[in-house]
Design a binder for this molecule. Structure first.
Ligand code: PMP
Length: 401
């Protein structure tokens, strides 16, 4: 990756205690390039108006810009713009599907295991969740997935395309093909994969794809649910009110066509424009370079975390993988929160700590104190990742003596 791109990210100019900071928390949220900030500012300064609610010049301009953003983002995923719903985030997208499918408590939803709570709790609320057994540091085996489909006869297969803990990438295309051949609805949580991998929904063959803009250089408060037309048209909206209805009488209403029937109330207009700028920025970087840079960062991360005393490292063992790793201290003496604070306050390195919205995975692995998580992205350098490894090694060796 061209290191000059770091100049596009104003936050990288910030210092802490007079020293530059190392941002290794992109799996939580990514930094925003100037192009994204400029798109949001242009809406605020040039065309503030609500969308699809008026005929004055500003309203028309804002509506056109909002729909152009939808088209731009749809093109990024090779989707039909009518099949792309703007939502708040991945969590809302999955809730929309989990509620909208009108599941019953007898229905089974199959998870790949180690899923983020966003791809678990909404299903638990409506149905019974079963898991494809497997190792969290390896992609699920297709044989195990087939056996789980035969055994549980799920209505839905809901898989995280890439893990926010280990960086494992699931074989989404093969899993969707297998599931759909057995009449199973497929939902792909692309919150972590969309920022790092090129995604073509046609090629992936999923019924639904859920993602958040803020993890892919875009603003917070907006994401997308992309659906296959037939399944999207059959989905019950999560929320109704203004903006979703064709006509309301004293006794009833008719809903608009997709995608508008799912976008109740004033949508995240400026964030949607920022989102479109983010995908344009990613396209300009080019996924060949993004993927190659990720490969190098992941290799450096894996190498740097090798044999650190007193910690357990959870990271995908094989490529392709994301540059994400979780580091769990074995002793409770210095827990992940304290370590994160030491890294931040003493070394200007930002990493996340906690259970990473995956309590069942930590329970299963017996890691009762949680873990630190380092996650790198396009603006990080191999040197930053190595520095993190060195500082952690130093802190860990002092912890065990
Ligand atoms: N799925 C995965 C795999 C994630 O990593 C996250 C965010 N950490 C989510 C879903 C939820 O994303 P959001 O908080 O933007 O809804």
């Amino acid at each position: 990756m061209n290191p000059a791109l770091r100049a596009d990210f104003p936050l990288l100019e910030r210092t802490l205690d007079g020293r530059p900071l190392v941002y290794l928390d992109s799996a939580a949220t990514a930094l925003k390039p100037r192009a994204v900030l400029a798109a949001e500012e242009a809406y605020a300064t040039q065309m503030t108006a609500n969308v699809h609610r008026g005929k004055h010049a500003l309203s028309e301009e804002a509506s056109v810009a909002y729909e152009s953003a939808r088209k731009r983002i749809a093109r990024f995923f090779n989707a039909d713009p009518e099949c792309l719903v703007f939502v708040k985030n991945t969590t809302e997208a999955i809730n929309l599907v989990a509620v909208g499918l009108c599941l019953s408590s007898d229905d089974v939803v199959l998870n790949a295991g180690g899923e983020h709570h966003a791809n678990l709790v909404p299903w638990m609320r409506r149905a019974r969740v079963e898991l494809v057994p497997g190792d969290p540091c390896e992609p699920v085996s297709l044989d195990a997935a087939m056996a789980a489909i035969a055994r549980h006869r799920p209505k839905v297969l809901a898989i995280g395309h890439a893990s926010n803990i280990t960086g494992v990438i699931q074989p989404a295309r093969a899993l969707c093909e297998m599931a759909r051949a057995h009449g199973v609805i497929t939902v792909v949580d692309a919150a972590q994969s969309a920022p790092h991998l090129p995604i073509d929904v046609e090629e992936m063959g999923c019924d639904f794809l859920a993602l958040s803009a803020h993890k892919m250089l875009g603003p917070t408060g907006v994401g997308a649910l992309v659906g296959r037309r037939e399944v999207l048209e059959a989905l019950e909206p999560l929320c109704v009110g203004g903006g979703v209805v064709e006509r309301v009488t004293a006794t009833g209403y008719t809903l608009k066509k997709i995608p508008y029937r799912f976008e109740a109330g004033t949508p995240p207009i400026s964030a949607a424009l920022g989102f479109a700028a983010a995908v344009s920025y990613l396209d300009e970087l080019g996924f060949d370079d993004i993927v190659e840079h990720e490969r190098r960062l992941a290799a450096a991360l894996s190498q740097s975390l090798c044999e650190i005393p007193g910690v357990e490292v959870l990271m995908a063992r094989r490529e392709p993988r994301l540059a994400i790793a979780a580091i769990a201290p074995r002793s409770a003496l210095v827990g992940p929160d304290a370590l994160a604070r030491l890294l931040s306050d003493g070394h200007q390195i930002m990493v996340r700590s906690g259970f990473h919205c995956a309590h069942p995975l930590f329970d299963r692995l017996g890691l009762e104190h949680g873990a630190l998580r380092a996650s790198a992205y396009v603006y990080n350098t191999v040197e930053e990742v190595q520095r993190f490894g060195e500082v952690l090694r130093d802190l860990a060796s002092r912890m065990v003596v």
